[in-house]
Design a protein around this ligand. Structure first.
Ligand SMILES: Cc1cc2nc3c(=O)[nH]c(=O)nc-3n(C[C@H](O)[C@H](O)[C@H](O)COP(=O)(O)OP(=O)(O)OC[C@H]3O[C@@H](n4cnc5c(N)ncnc54)[C@H](O)[C@@H]3O)c2cc1C
Ligand code: FES
Ligand code: FES
Length: 1287
């Protein structure tokens, strides 16, 4: 029994055999590092993003049917896979042999930007099509719930899968004619052209796994030096193992074990995998109960329940199962593992408790022990009472006619998320009456374990099902559910009671009408959208202005696109593991790395003493510290670094480093900093017009306070760098994920005391940046460079998601206090605003961000007189940094708050106030920018018309009158954003064009491809200028070796700047070829290029572009801060669930002025993606920092960026028809940041909806509502009896 077996499984049809597999190794690690199948990405390692989705196929040992399931490879231990087959994105299709229809549709529908999430998307959809060739839109959307995309806004992804189904009805490419396949394959072999259509047969389930039963029936043992993994085949064998290893850890679905192994938190080194015990695998239906084997997965159970005739129990169970996690989790999570997990808010646990489920345990030498799932069980399980037993099955009694049940939950994010509170609610009536005979109310998330409320139930027994009983039960619940487990107990008890109210109303409706459908939640609305833009007529052969797909999207969809972590390891490569501070502010007394250095595989370590020259860096002020010396300034700051042979060794060694601290007083909040007067530099003050005039002119003056929270970038690719030392000339090659190659090159050169010409800094693509990879990327590169310098070996430094969250800066939270001066007709004559930005521990870009943001003090309006002051608070947090919008979304939020305030006071619509005050052609902003056209107002008017704003306002009133517990609100806002940085030197770009003898062109420019389609646009410009097909041109990378002295890519400015440089370089080539072309007009591009070579005409050229003559002087308010403005408007309608605080954006209509779009499909993608990121900022994205300054949300599991369920159900985007605009390259405008600002409309629409709810409680006055509009804030703002009692 104890010898090691051979682990066998298949990957993409190829057999993998591993002797002595390491039980700690996950499938993801193995795919990426042993098989070099790097298409499957590591983005979170928490099972919460789907970037690592693969398809696993296996033979069900009881049904003998093959199941294809999507799973998160980051959670699956390799040993779990014995006898299974894995399909990765590489096994689905490739650019050489043909893309799969699913991949192809993503390309054609522009369903990807940075591409880091794309392979996971492909695999989710591929698996769905494998199981269901004709899925409905609802099924497709549901499948995508487990996959996050931070760039696109999801709409084009859903479109892609819809069109995959339409273009290829089987969804798998199997319906293509065989002859077509052969033909395409032959062509492929001859050509190196761009990606082809599907040619490959889908990988079939390996017959060997079907025919050789030993794969499924043999007792398996896998041993490594540390862990032993047993896979018994009978319950007796499992129990015998348990007797021998009493502390062994059972595994059924791996979701817990994967996490424990990764965290090094296992309590035993023996793992007993119970997946192949037939007794645990069955689902049996009898006349009185459903018996569910503990090893049945939630996905399996759902299929089984859907396949039999439904009854009340099945329907209630399906309702709960629907909202447990996402499919990737449900496909492996078992009911047994779920019941035995010690998490306080599990959905099926609370459901089973309320259902009166009975658990069947088996023990060595004992029979079956039946245990009711009640408070005693939960208590005993928490205390490991069942440690010596195995859970075999769960028996759920069927409901009779007199019994009713529901399971309701409310997560922080609609869709894939744990419930804040989750419930199981059951009632039985005395026969033929509405008198309560029995009741079970189970709640998860109100205490540190799920509870069955007993006191409330006793109150209900013998009472009739009426309002009196409802009130008494809720009163009792309020008392009974009090606990100290959470800081927000009033919200949790409010939710619990609100759920009981929902249950009450549902049953009442059922009793009265016999109808079990009760519209208790938000309306169900499938996603849809329209995109409207102009394309030049067909006769125009230019590549610009056309919606061509991102030029590398085929490689991205095939999983072939390379990110830093995908680069194969160099010989001798080391991995850098960071030791970070566990205090927000403290003196470092000592650092002991001796135990870490003794670990096998640890090669060296570095700290501040190893930095040859400068330990400080900073774009404006060098007050960032690379490695701390005597003091730490925030929780998560880097202290020293372990260099080891692998990342696993490095991570383990990091835990052995002992740092002793002397804690110092820490400042965390803005309030705290104001009190202690901790600011960076002086206040930035602006005054325009005359405030005394404003006071004189105004009929009213009102004051208000506004707050916005921090926002985490959550780019899907974490910070990553690989530094390769070249021994000669002290050169270093940095391959990294940054938005600014030059700054990084300069800083690394300074750390090492070298000239910049010895450091090359290169980027192929970045898996999302959004500003977060501007200055923060210097840390991974700096650390890897110091490590490489010290050891003379290549060093890779890649953050895991938790570290990325903790160490990097966010969007600045702000607090603003304002006074607004206005007249009776709604005209605003002045404002006086004080802003406080939480800057974190160092200066970073904060002064620039604050000043750029404050250019929008008045939003899109003309207030005549204005006074503003901004202060940067110094706190013990990571240094907050650039984020899409660069300070503007926060300031615009405040401007719109003033508009709302005025409208509320005058009892008129906010839209009227906006209209009255909007900037028009001929106006000049307070910062000297003339408004040269009326495109802002055109966007506004068209948005109002397209959205049928006035009609919908009436409809919403009608909806709100008809619905007590669902309310709707609508808001329409304009936006404007200055394109171009105020300091002139930041507005420059270079390009290099190399034309080869065969006519192919290699283009380089200063901008970094972050997913915004920059390279595609630049290729379009080059192709149009050179008058060649865009397929002849590629961009390989952005590098300091081809474009020196670049500015950081950001600010929606990069396309403008680089377009000018590319245009100039290409024109030079074109001019040089002109005489040759004249001699041979029919020759064509290739002939002209060859002739040029033989005539010794240079075929390379550089270009440079620096628009604007004058920069902006903040002190004197002179010059111009931008090249021009991009404008837009959005009208947003939302619906809220008054009882839970959940919301959905019902519809948004956006009109944007992007001039003559260089690529309308890419620009629409930027608009949708930017808007959805703004929706996150305004609603679900709440970063939690505890009193000690420690960030407690450290990944997508607990920081909720929008998923597919959170996007506007209807998203209509229109690009304003080009009429007039500033002079730019090909008349295009920058886009990227501006649409994010429009999401402010979501917040104010929610505020309107809440107001409609508050009116029922006679609360009609304005109220303070904090941003983001989380479920908790929405629910608690919708005041009623329940919220009042919860306090
Ligand atoms: C990203 C993510 C999101 C999630 N979201 C939700 C959600 O929204 N709602 C929700 O309710 N849940 C959610 N879950 C939890 C999930 O539903 C499962 O409960 C959980 O993953 C455990 O299931 P498992 O089969 O993987 O258990 P395992 O990891 O295999 O085991 C869990 C525990 O049970 C013990 N155990 C396993 N089998 C037995 C047995 N036969 N007898 C005795 N002890 C046993 C194990 O030793 C272990 O301690 C989520 C999980 C993840 C990873
Ligand atoms: S990396 Fe696996 S789910 Fe995020
Ligand atoms: S394209 Fe989806 S995360 Fe970037």
């Amino acid at each position: 029994m104890d010898s090691t077996d051979l682990l066998v499984f298949f990957v993409n049809g190829k057999k993998v055999r591993i002797l002595e597999p390491d039980p700690e190794l996950t499938l993801l690690q193995y795919l990426r590092r042993s098989l070099y199948l790097t298409g499957t990405k590591l983005a979170c390692g928490q099972g919460a993003c789907g970037a690592c989705t693969v398809m696993v196929s296996y033979l069900n040992i009881t049904t003998k049917k093959i199941r294809n399931i999507s799973v998160n490879a980051c959670l699956i231990p390799l040993c779990y896979l014995h006898g299974m087959a894995v399909t990765t994105v590489e096994g689905v299709g490739s650019t050489r042999n043909g893309l799969h229809p699913v991949q192809e549709s993503l390309v054609e529908s522009h369903g990807l930007q940075c591409g880091f999430c794309t392979p996971g998307m492909v695999m989710t959809m591929y698996t769905l099509f494998r199981n269901n060739p004709n899925p409905t839109q609802q099924q497709m959307e549901r499948a995508l719930e487990g996959n996050l995309c931070r760039c696109t806004g999801y709409r084009p992804i859903v479109d892609a899968f819809r069109s995959a189904k339409e273009n290829c009805p089987c969804g798998l490419g199997l319906c293509l004619e065989e002859s077509d396949r052969t033909e395409t394959r032959d062509q492929d072999e001859k050509s190196n052209d761009e990606p082809k259509s599907a040619t490959t047969q889908d990988v079939i389930f390996p017959p060997e796994l079907q025919l050789n039963s030993a794969y499924h029936t043999k007792f398996m043992t896998f041993k490594s030096s540390k862990y032993t993994w047993y896979r018994p085949t009978t319950v007796e064998e499992a129990l015998r193992l348990l007797t021998n290893f009493p502390k062994a850890q059972f595994v059924l679905g791996c979701n817990t074990i994967g996490y424990l192994l990764r965290k090094g938190a296992m309590t035993s080194n023996v793992i007993i995998c119970c997946t192949h015990l037939p007794e645990l695998q069955c689902v049996q239906f009898t006349s009185s109960e459903i018996r569910i084997g503990a090893g049945v997965t939630m996905g399996q159970l759902e299929s089984e329940l859907l396949a039999v005739k439904s009854n009340k129990t099945i329907s209630a169970m399906l309702d709960v199962l629907r909202w447990v996690a996402a499919d990737q989790i449900k496909n492996t999570a078992t009911l047994g593992g779920h019941v035995m997990s010690k998490i306080p808010n599990l959905d099926m646990q609370t459901f089973f408790m309320a259902a009166g489920a009975v658990l069947e345990f088996r023990k060595m030498n004992g029979g079956v022990q039946e245990v009711p799932m009640d408070n005693d069980f939960v208590h005993s399980a928490k205390n490991n009472v069942y440690q010596d037993q195995i859970l075999v099955s769960i028996r759920v009694p069927l409901l009779s006619d007199d019994e009713h049940m529901s399971g309701l939950k409310q997560p922080n994010r609609r869709g894939f998320d744990y419930g804040v509170v989750t419930t199981g609610l059951y009632v039985q009536f005395e026969k033929g009456t509405t008198v309560v005979q029995n009741m079970r109310l189970a709640f998860g998330g109100t205490d540190d374990k799920p509870v069955l409320a007993t006191r409330a139930v006793n109150v209900a027994i013998k009472r009739s099902w009426n309002e009196d009983m409802l009130e008494k039960v809720n009163d009792a619940l309020m008392i009974e559910l009090q606990s100290t487990a959470y800081t927000n107990i009033p919200f949790r008890t409010t939710l619990a009671c609100s759920f009981f109210l929902k249950f009450f109303m549902k049953i009442k409706a059922e009793l009265e009408t016999g109808c079990s459908e009760f519209p208790a939640g938000l309306s169900h609305i499938p996603t849809s959208g329209i995109q409207v833009y102009d394309i030049p007529d067909e006769s125009d052969t230019k590549a610009v202005w056309k919606p061509i797909p991102n030029v590398t999207s085929g490689y991205i969809a095939a999983g072939e696109a390379q990110f830093v972590d995908d680069i194969p390891s160099a010989t001798n490569e080391l991995f850098a593991g960071l030791v970070t501070s566990t205090h927000a502010h403290a003196k470092i007394l000592s650092v002991d790395v001796s135990a870490a250095l003794e670990m096998e595989g640890v090669i060296d370590y570095i700290d501040y003493k190893d930095i040859p020259c400068d330990n400080n860096y900073g774009f404006l002020v060098p007050d960032n510290v690379l490695l701390c010396q005597d003091e730490v300034s925030y929780h998560g700051q880097a202290i020293c670094v372990i260099l080891a042979e692998s990342r696993e060794i490095a991570n383990r060694a990091v835990k052995l480093v002992e740092v002793k601290y002397e804690p110092l007083e820490a400042t965390i909040s803005i309030q705290d900093a104001i009190m202690k007067e901790q600011f960076f530099g002086h206040a930035y003050k602006v005054e325009r017009g005359c405030m005394e005039e404003a006071e004189k002119e105004a009929d009213f003056v009102l004051e208000g306070v506004c707050e916005t929270g921090a926002q985490e970038h959550l780019y899907m690719e974490p910070h990553s760098s690989l530094v390769i030392p070249r021994k000669e000339q002290n050169e270093l090659d940095i391959i990294t994920s940054t938005q600014g190659v030059t700054q990084l090159q300069e800083d690394v050169a300074k750390f090492l005391g070298l000239d910049s010409n010895r450091i090359s800094s290169r980027v192929k693509r970045v898996g999302g940046g959004f500003g977060g990879k501007a200055t923060d990327s210097i840390v991974t590169s700096g650390i890897a460079a110091i490590g490489a310098w010290k050891t003379n070996r290549p060093v890779r430094c890649i953050y895991d998601r938790e570290l990325d969250f903790k160490i990097t800066g966010k969007r600045h939270p702000i607090e603003a206090k304002y006074k607004v001066y206005f007249k009776k007709d709604g005209r605003i004559v002045g404002c006086d605003v004080k802003y406080y930005y939480n800057a974190g521990y160092s200066t970073d870009l904060s002064p620039l961000i604050m000043k750029c943001g404050m250019l929008l003090v008045q939003g899109c309006y003309t207030f005549t007189n204005m006074k503003a002051e901004g202060k940067l608070c110094r706190t013990n947090l990571p240094s907050n940094t650039a984020f899409r919008g660069f300070g503007s979304p926060q300031v615009m939020f405040v401007a719109e708050a003033m508009i709302q305030k005025v409208a509320f006071h005058l009892n008129i619509q906010a839209e009227q106030v906006r209209d009255t005050n909007m900037l028009r052609k001929g106006d000049v902003t307070p910062f000297n920018m003339p408004i040269n056209d009326d495109n802002l107002y055109r966007c506004w008017e068209e948005c109002k018309q397209d959205s049928e704003f006035d009609k919908r306002v009436k409809n919403i009133h009608a909806f709100n009158s008809a619905n007590r517990w669902r309310k709707r609100g609508i808001s329409i806002v304009p936006c404007m954003y200055g394109i171009g940085y105020p300091p002139l030197f930041l507005n420059q770009a270079g390009a290099l064009v190399l034309v080869y003898k065969d006519g192919s062109v290699l283009l380089a420019h200063s901008g970094v491809e972050l997913g915004q389609g920059l390279h595609t646009k630049m290729i379009q410009i080059a192709a149009s200028t050179l008058e060649i097909p865009h397929e002849k041109i590629i961009i390989s990378e952005t590098s300091t070796t081809t474009a020196p002295n670049t500015s950081e890519t950001g600010g929606s400015n990069a396309a403008d700047l680089n377009a000018g440089a590319v245009l100039e370089a290409c024109k030079k080539i074109k001019d040089r070829l002109a005489p040759i072309k004249e001699k041979n007009p029919e020759g064509g591009w290739n002939a002209w290029v060859t002739a040029a070579y033989f005539s010794r005409v240079s075929l390379s050229a550089t270009g440079f572009y620096g628009p604007r003559e004058e920069g902006y002087d903040y002190e004197k308010n002179s010059g111009s801060h931008s090249h021009y403005f991009t404008y837009g408007s959005a009208c947003t309608e939302v619906e809220i669930d008054v009882l839970t605080g959940e919301h959905q954006v019902v519809r948004v209509d956006i009109v944007m002025d992007v001039g003559k779009s260089l690529n309308p499909a890419i620009d629409v993608g930027q608009i949708e993606g930017g808007f959805v990121q703004g929706v996150g900022m305004m609603t679900t994205e709440e970063l939690k920092v505890n009193a000690k300054g420690e960030l407690t949300s450290t990944g997508p599991l607990d920081y909720k960026v929008p998923g597919i369920r959170n996007i506007p159900r209807q998203m209509n985007v229109k690009l304003l028809k080009y009429a007039e605009g500033p002079k730019t390259v090909y008349s295009a405008k920058g886009i990227g940041e501006p649409p994010l600002l429009l999401a402010v409309s979501v917040f104010y629409a929610i505020k309107e909806a809440i107001l409609a709810a508050r009116k029922h409680e006679n609360l009609s006055e304005d109220y303070f509502f904090q941003c983001p509009a989380t479920v908790e804030r929405i629910r608690m703002a919708c005041q009623d009896k329940i919220t009042q009692k919860s306090k």
